[in-house]
Design a binder for this molecule. Sequence first.
Ligand code: HEM
Length: 553
Amino acid sequence: MSPKEFYLVGDDVSTALTVLVEPKYKIEDLKRAVGGALHVVQPLGISFHTEDGETLSTVDEVLSANGPIAIKVDGMAVREPQGPTGLPLVGSYYEIFPDHLGNHYRLFRKYGGVIKTTNMGKTTYLTDDPEVAAVSFNESAYFTKKITEDHPLWGVKDNTAIFVGDTETENWRLAHKFLPVAMGPKAVRHYTPLMQSTVRASFPVFDSMSGTDQSWNVYQYMLKLASQTISKFSLGSDFGHFTDVGAPLHPIVTNIANLLSLNKKVTARGSWYQYLPFGDPQRLRDVRKNCYTLLQEAIDDVANREGGISQMPMNDAALNASCVVEYLLKAVDEHGQKIPQGLILANMIIVTGAGFTTTSALLSWLIYCLVTYEGTQERLLQELVDHGINNETEWNPDLAHGLPYLDKFVKETQRLHNASFQPGRTTKTDVVVPGGYRLPANSVIVNALYALHTNPKIWRDPFRFDPDRWDSEEVKKRHRCAYVPFATGPRGCIGFNFALLEVKILLSELVYRYEFTRDGYESVDYDPEFQLIRPLNFYVSARKRTQWPQRSV
Ligand code: HEM
């Protein structure tokens, strides 16, 4: 073993660390050893240099060079991410809001693939670089999902629940053991009739608006439809959203939506703000209490159903249960253990909330794309007709996922209008990420999904809505983190099987029955204050079809 000193170009040579180098090392082994010592998360991106800048390509060259060895990461000196200087106290707030998607995109063009923003005392790093996203999504020695004061989910942090709790807790481990089984492809298949019947039960309401040529706010009705579907899946409850045109939203929906909206407001303003005993911070606490009460009632309803709850292995329970709550009450693991009773309530708030807030926004954007991008609605309808689909079709996942245009239309909509936009991860130590950017320990990095999905280095003509791009080799060979609408890694979405099947069936049923037309000429805005990207002022009329195109095949 030969001791050798290494330092990162960009740091002072006095920071050099000693690494023991074995002469039999391959160059990759040396990179891994040096990367580990200097906290370079992707060590194969390292290159070795003399102090004069000469490149050293072999282990022998490194061992025989004089003095400390300089290293670069992806050909770059190590550097601090840059961002707008901002104003005293508020930081970069006015550089970012209200159009945080557009402004972050602009800041990446100006400052590079990892940027730093400060906002009311909180510091956030963000990336639009898939290489950086890939390392941060991976739970590792360097990154984890830990919800600190700088994390976007701080206001709703709850270590008894999935999504809003830290990875390194026993509670997350348990939730992540039990819940995904209830949402895997096999389990989701048995919820297909539920999706089909829920959308068909909404037709009398849309028919009646069609009859009076009434235009309607798309998000309001997609929220009703998505939450009606998710509430049956998650809680086995019927929220009664389609008893008539003006049926109110169920209080579980309004309370969860308020919870998210208040959290975004409270966390956008700095950590001190949430402790105020009045105003939005107090409202956030009250709304959370209401959510708990309402959800517990829904859980008790399932637990007290006639016939009782029989226990069974997780996989059987997932196929047997009529909803996720029933699954959690039934399921036992390989040791005969159940998920602790005390974890069910908090997890069910999350499953329900994560389920309907995302799918309602996605359904709204799908309709937005249909009425905005010429020819898309006709193409989708033609595909349905060509596959013999109508409002009596018995849906199954193979049919829904076997519609190629629908599939790429959904993908392209999620690329440009994804509901989620800011999955955050926290560094466990200081770390040098791809591109040579250094993040301090305990800092939050947000994978900026919109900026990743429109990064011009990856996506040709990124703002053009073009479902056919999904057939191109370029897109098929993209980096695995260039498109991550559901995030990825151990903390990625567990509901994506359900979500994709749900939106495909609901959208197809609606498009087969109605012709959608945009109402109004204002540009459609997203809500900058909400935890998810949802359209605010988007109206359509949906006229019941009386004619359909001929089959083209
Ligand atoms: C269009 C629909 C959806 C989108 C875009 C979406 C997106 C995401 C994203 C980006 C994450 C990662 C969050 C983070 O890293 O902080 C996530 C996590 C999660 N999603 Fe979804 N989701 C969708 C639908 C659903 C549905 C329908 C459910 C359940 C019914 C669900 C349940 C969850 C849960 C429980 C987690 C947390 C996983 C964990 O913490 O380990 N999602 N989702």
